[in-house]
Design a protein. Structure first.
Length: 458
């Protein structure tokens, strides 16, 4: 089905929405209605300070107009018009407290309830309190909705199983917990819902992509939702900066400039300071470049049908974006290689031994070879991927292919840097700092197996 990341802002542009947006002339009327709806309900838009415009490949974004000083107000949205399943404007507001009391909102419950509310309000159309805003919502755009052929372009076997990690959990909660609750308390509306399970998946994807967190709830904030994300590294803090300028002030969601900003500078937020590229991809539908939260998994392959493999157990290790392979993993590879060369009876004892420098050297060569072979086996090279992303105009690749190429390029460059650090025995290079917080193994960029087959026992 057709997908768009967000409302297109291309074509012959005109100023619309009381000066707050620059959009194609064909869509000016819908933007005029949307902005008028916001202003009538107390939203403070400052067209001389902040304006929605095209942000190129990112879709659209929010830009500074005449330049602003730090802490200057850019946007103020009353909490009363923020989209929330708990809002008094919600058609399901009366069920929110009841669902909370019955434990329905635990786990994925609030996101599930918010997704159903979004579907109900969209079905109401202009009768909904949020009618003009709902018309502006795009269809979701993330790998969960990609075809098998599109997913294959990511060139990693581990990714397809991950793309549904969030949406699948929400759908399961809806079918197993929320829907029975809604049918019990509102059978007239939910015994035969006007929306399908596929509609629910799309609503859940939109909530995941465009929501903010207020009072431990999933909400969408009109207009502010168009801000794009940027990761800015701080050498001083050894972490990514929190560049979000929004806070709750006097019952309003207020966005302020966190520093002096120049005309035409884009206003960025950060969707997550801790998320890896896989996390960004499966939730938001894009890959953040040079993400220091990224990591790969190394796994020791002991071969199949080997009794000693079961005794040794699964050995995996995370390599983070400083590209250094942990010493314990190299020692494990060295000991397994050494053990495999001796009598079978000595293998387990050898695994706990202190490896010789020669054994460490052999292990490093084995790991390096496996990393190189992994990249060499991929269908395209770094140079070919870079050339695809460089195409413009009529030759530009599709959005689906672009995000896949960006991802697989990140994998190849990451592994290339791991090899370079492994070769840097004199420690002559300066390698990146990385955040202190470790992500879950589930969100690794890729998995590389190091072949270290043990001999079969007699």
């Amino acid at each position: 089905r057709p997908r768009t990341e967000r409302m297109e802002v291309t074509g012959t542009d005109v100023v619309a929405g009381q000066g707050n947006v620059i959009v194609p002339a064909a869509s000016a009327k819908i933007w005029d209605d949307y902005v008028a709806w916001m202003v009538e309900r107390g939203v403070k838009l400052h067209p001389s300070r902040l304006q929605l415009r095209s942000a190129g490949a990112k879709g659209n974004g929010l830009f500074i107009v005449d330049g602003v000083a730090a802490q200057e107000e850019l946007l103020s949205v009353p909490l009363s018009i923020v989209f929330s399943a708990a809002s008094p404007h919600s058609s399901l507001a009366s069920l929110w407290k009841k669902a909370e009391d019955e434990g329905v909102l635990e786990g994925m419950g609030k996101l599930s309830m918010s997704s159903v509310t979004l579907l109900v309000e969209r079905h109401l159309g202009q009768k909904s309190f949020w009618g003009p805003w709902l018309k502006m919502l795009p269809q979701p755009w993330c790998p969960y909705f990609f075809s098998d052929a599109e997913l294959s372009e990511f060139q990693t076997k581990t990714l397809p199983a991950k793309v549904g990690v969030f949406i699948t959990q929400v759908v399961q909660h809806y079918l197993n917990t929320l829907l029975p609750f809604l049918q019990k308390h509102n059978p007239e509306q939910f015994d035969n819902p006007v929306f399908s399970n596929q509609d629910f998946e799309e609503a859940a994807a939109l909530m995941l992509q465009r929501s903010f967190s207020i009072d431990d709830n999933w909400v969408m904030v009109p207009f502010l939702e168009y801000s794009n994300s940027e990761l800015r590294w701080s050498d001083e803090e050894k972490d990514y900066e929190n560049v979000n300028g929004y806070n709750t002030e006097e019952e309003c969601y207020v966005e302020r400039a966190i520093a002096d900003m120049k005309p035409d500078e884009e206003l960025f937020g950060v969707y997550s300071q801790r998320a890896s590229s896989v996390h960004y991809l499966v939730q938001y539908g894009f890959v953040a470049s040079d993400n220091r939260n990224d990591f790969i998994l190394l796994s020791i392959d002991l071969g199949e049908d080997n009794e000693l493999s079961e005794a040794v157990g699964k050995i995996t290790e995370i390599v983070r974006a400083d590209y250094e392979i942990p010493e314990d993993f190299i020692v494990s590879v060295a000991n397994i290689i050494t053990a495999a060369e001796g009598p079978v009876s000595n293998i387990l004892a050898a695994l706990d031994a202190e490896p010789t420098p020669e054994a460490i050297g052999r292990a490093s060569v084995r790991i390096r070879s496996a990393l190189s072979d992994h990249v060499a086996a991929l269908p395209t090279t770094i140079e070919q991927d870079e050339a695809l992303l460089a195409r413009t105009g009529a030759d530009a690749i599709s959005g689906e292919l672009s995000v896949a190429v960006t991802y697989r390029l990140a994998v190849k460059q990451f592994i290339k840097n791991v090899i370079a650090r492994l070769d840097d025995t004199t420690h002559s290079q300066v390698w990146p700092q990385i955040p202190q917080v470790m992500d879950e193994e589930y969100f690794a960029l890729d998995l590389v197996s190091i072949p270290c087959s043990l001999p079969s026992p007699p």
